[in-house]
Design a protein around this ligand. Structure first.
Ligand code: SF4
Ligand code: SF4
Length: 447
């Protein structure tokens, strides 16, 4: 039994009536195949049905009633990373993001996943979209790491005895740091140029709180008053990308409310996956009469930190960092938000920093939200491919703009025997402005 009953009315096609993948968007695909060479799953397997063109064809088959939503069909969509490289490559402007989002929501409503799969997904969402739960789970892990037990367990090869998905989870875990917290208001240095809100993310605020601290310091140094609403929840990005629409809508409404009361000019995001999601709130909440206009207004204020800072005339003084840095484009920055030059422009403000380009920059590292946990084999192959490109460079550090990529790259580089530090670009800006080395850059908090 693979079909389940959707609460939305049925249609003549295999989809229910609640926002099926748009026929107009599907028909924009002219089957040219320009997207194939940048699609990570096509690159790995050379299978038409695991390419963007093939997946759009599969969507059409169900729309026309020529196929049903069954296990084989679903597998091709589960394998898609949602990296949106196909959108950047497509000369016809096919909006694959909207197509895959609608398809995944249909899958979650109409397809009965095996019970173990459902449980695993539910577990991931119950942890990763609730910072307090993630924190509670990581506390004993931190103690275990500090006691040196993790290294011992790894040396004994015990993780290899775990099922593949738990192995993937174990391999991704970084050294759990002590969490840094931010005050609700950080004053601008010098004359105030802007009042901005800072979106903390969920994984970011627990595992990479130092990135949020660095972001707040850089914004303040550039003349921004920074508001950090305490009531902000997870923005729901992981849920949207996995087709869990109802829960995602609830978190989107709460996020909007938290920032409305902060009365900011812009909302700054430093996690690419979160940024691409909040910029689409207008679309996500389009059916909600109470929130549709508010969601559009909120989305119009959302800016990735690199996008925002690149447009702001620099005021801070940037000190030299003598480093060779490989820059990794996060897919949800480069493809979903079209942000490629801004992070490079900002790193270019740091004297003596040498920027190195990673070959195959358009291709995903395999992180992609929860992809590396639900599809560990493909994610590992993509991570290893990226790590081999990085290893061939003479880099001293890898920089990216998304916490998922930082975890994935760290783990892939460790597998390749290259223990390069992996940092967020804003951490380099922060260290440069403060004239400190990166090792010491997190040791002073924001007042
Ligand atoms: S989103 Fe990425 S993985 Fe999915 S079809 Fe497009 S290029 Fe391929
Ligand atoms: S590049 Fe665009 S139009 Fe061409 S096959 Fe891919 S999605 Fe279709």
């Amino acid at each position: 039994m693979t079909q389940q009953q959707s609460t939305h009315p049925a249609t003549a096609s295999g989809y229910d009536a609640h926002h099926p993948p748009s026929g107009d968007l599907i028909d924009k695909c002219v089957h040219c195949g320009f997207c194939l060479p940048v699609c990570p799953t096509y690159v790995l397997w050379n299978e038409e049905m695991d390419s963007p063109r093939g997946r759009i064809y599969l969507m059409k088959m169900v729309a026309d009633g020529d196929a049903t939503i069954n296990e084989t069909w679903v597998n091709h969509f589960d394998a898609c990373l949602g990296c949106m490289a196909c959108m950047t490559a497509c000369p016809s402007g096919v909006d694959y993001a909207k197509l895959i989002e609608a398809t995944r929501a249909q899958i979650e409503r109409r397809y009965a996943r095996p019970a173990s799969e459902k449980r695993f997904r539910r577990f991931l969402f119950s942890i990763f979209t609730h910072p307090a739960r993630l924190r509670a789970l990581l506390l004993p892990l931190r103690l275990y790491q500090k006691a040196g037990l993790e290294a011992l367990v790894r040396r004994m090869g015990i993780p290899k005895l775990l099922p593949a998905r738990l192995q993937a989870l174990e391999a991704l875990l970084p050294q759990v740091p002590a969490e840094e917290t931010l005050p609700e208001l950080i004053p601008a240095q010098g004359d105030r140029r802007r009042r901005v809100g800072l979106l903390l993310g969920c994984v970011q605020r627990v595992l990479f709180s130092r990135v949020n601290t660095a972001t707040a310091r850089v914004l303040a140094a550039e003349g921004c008053e920074v508001v950090v609403p305490a009531a902000q929840p997870c923005c729901g990005a992981l849920l949207v990308h996995a087709g869990e629409e109802e829960q995602a809508l609830r978190l989107a409404r709460q996020t909007i409310e938290a920032f409305e009361s902060a009365q900011v000019d812009e909302v700054i995001i430093n996690a690419a996956g979160c940024g691409s999601n909040v910029k689409e709130y207008g679309h996500l909440l389009r059916d909600d009469p109470q929130y549709a206009a508010r969601a559009k207004a909120f989305a119009a204020k959302c800016r990735d930190v690199s996008e925002f800072l690149a447009e702001l005339e620099p005021r801070a003084t940037y000190h030299a960092l003598r480093l060779r840095v490989a820059y990794h484009d996060a897919c949800h920055l480069q493809h979903a938000q079209g942000i490629r030059t801004q992070p490079r422009t900002l790193l270019g403000r740091i004297p003596q920093l040498q920027l190195l380009e990673i070959p195959e920059a358009a291709i995903c590292c395999g992180s992609a939200g929860i992809y590396n946990l639900v599809q560990p084999e493909a994610a590992t192959q993509l991570g290893d491919r990226k790590a081999s490109h990085v290893a061939a460079l003479d880099a001293e550090m890898v920089v990216s703009g998304n916490p998922g990529c930082l975890l994935q790259l760290q783990s892939a580089l460790a597998r390749a025997g290259r223990k390069l530090p992996v940092r967020h670009g804003v951490e380099l800006l922060d260290a440069s402005i403060r004239g400190v080395s990166l090792e010491n850059s997190h040791r002073t908090s924001v007042s």
